[in-house]
Design a protein around this ligand. Structure first.
Ligand SMILES: Cc1ncc(COP(=O)(O)O)c(C=O)c1O
Length: 370
């Protein structure tokens, strides 16, 4: 019933952890919200474009239970993290940033650059169970200024207990940054309940909103302490003041913006977010759980990396058939299954448009080999 709402794709499309299929409605939405105002109006185009970006922020608020005003558009997560780190107030004796070896590599690259600003980066090794809050308790020591927490890991599909970790960080006066890239659109997220300091995400995966529409949410209680280095006229309190000698930070999250923003990615992304919200995250999650459970409950645990407990996993199935991996991959390819492979194993992620029959085909391929 939902298949026809998303652009068609050949084969069994299970790459939603990488790129979600855009809504069919996106084409008309781009025409209506981007091209039509050019063709029909005599008004200046920028106020209309700014309105589209406002719509994007409003859509994020609806999706994540937050205020539109606390979001700032960003190109991607990496650049958002750079902006955050270099905006933070420095506190004597707090020069360490904590992250984990399982975070998306781009996050590690960016944090490592923070060493140039005098930070030390401490990574929690893969051997430790970062789903266990006690591990974070050991790492969030007095010298830590900031911690990066990935809500769902891209290579294992493990979901971390974000509210517990961010509460622990808050207790110890450590600022938390949460990466929701692999979770948003398939795992329900309530920013009011989390009480993190910063949340970063994009729209290209489960939100089906295309690349280029990243975002940063900042706790309104924290934002006034932040002084981003990477600014531009859209980070100014009054972008239209045009006084080169008088830069003043915008009130709230928009101080993290920068120079002339892109517009089209946000128009496209809004189409994705609006459809995902209309379908309902709970429904998407339920469907995803059913399809992932079909595989996890059938295959022996030695072949599966994704946690079996639904509360501890994201939307992606990560399977490691060991020596049989190449043969399983070949079988899946022949059956037109769209998947990818990482060191951790084969990744497949069922969205609302995937069906029980498709997952039966996947299971059939695997069971023929293992
Ligand atoms: C957990 C996670 N974070 C971040 C990213 C991407 O970061 P960026 O938007 O900077 O490319 C990905 C991409 O796969 C990811 O899985």
């Amino acid at each position: 019933m939902y298949q026809e709402k998303f652009v068609p794709h050949d084969g069994i499309y299970l790459l939603n952890h990488s790129v979600g299929r855009p809504p069919v409605s996106a084409r008309d939405q781009v025409l209506d919200r981007f091209f039509e105002p050019w063709e029909s109006g005599d008004a200046e185009i920028w106020p209309i474009w700014i309105q589209q970006i406002e719509q994007f922020r409003t859509d994020l608020g609806r999706l994540l239970n937050a205020e539109a005003a606390d979001f700032c558009p960003q190109t991607n997560l990496s650049s958002a993290v750079t902006k955050i780190i270099h905006s933070l107030p420095r506190q004597a004796g707090k020069n360490t940033i904590v992250c984990t070896e399982q975070d998306f590599p781009s996050m590690g690259f960016v944090l490592t650059q923070a060493q140039r600003a005098g930070y030390t980066v401490r990574m929690i090794p893969t051997a430790l169970d970062t789903q266990d809050t006690d591990v974070w308790r050991d790492y969030l020591t007095e010298d830590v200024a900031c911690v990066l927490v990935t809500h769902v890991y891209s290579n294992t599909s493990q979901q971390l207990p974000v509210s517990e970790i961010s509460a622990l960080a808050r207790e110890r006066e450590i600022l938390s940054i949460v990466d929701i890239c692999q979770a948003v659109g398939v795992v329900p997220i309530d920013l009011k309940a989390w009480q993190a300091d910063f949340v970063i995400g994009s729209c290209v995966k489960w939100l089906c909103g295309g690349p280029g529409a990243g975002y940063l949410w900042v706790d309104p209680e924290v934002v006034d302490q932040c002084e981003p280095v990477d600014v531009g006229w859209f980070s100014h309190a009054d972008p239209f003041e045009f006084d080169i000698n008088n830069f003043r930070y915008a009130q709230g999250a928009l101080r993290f913006w920068g120079g002339t923003p892109s517009v089209l990615p946000y128009v496209l992304a809004s189409a994705g977010i609006e459809l995902i919200c209309d379908i309902g995250i709970d429904r998407i999650r339920q469907h995803n759980r059913e399809l992932t459970s079909m595989v996890l409950d059938t295959l022996p645990p030695r072949l599966t990396i994704t946690p079996r407990d639904p509360a501890k996993r994201g939307g992606t199935l990560v399977l490691n058939p060991g020596e049989a991996q190449a043969a399983v991959e070949e079988k899946l390819k022949r059956a037109q299954v769209r998947f990818d492979s990482r060191n951790s194993g084969i990744r497949m992620s069922p969205h609302i448009y995937n069906t029980v029959e498709e997952i039966e085909v996947v299971l059939g391929c695997i069971l023929e080999i293992v």
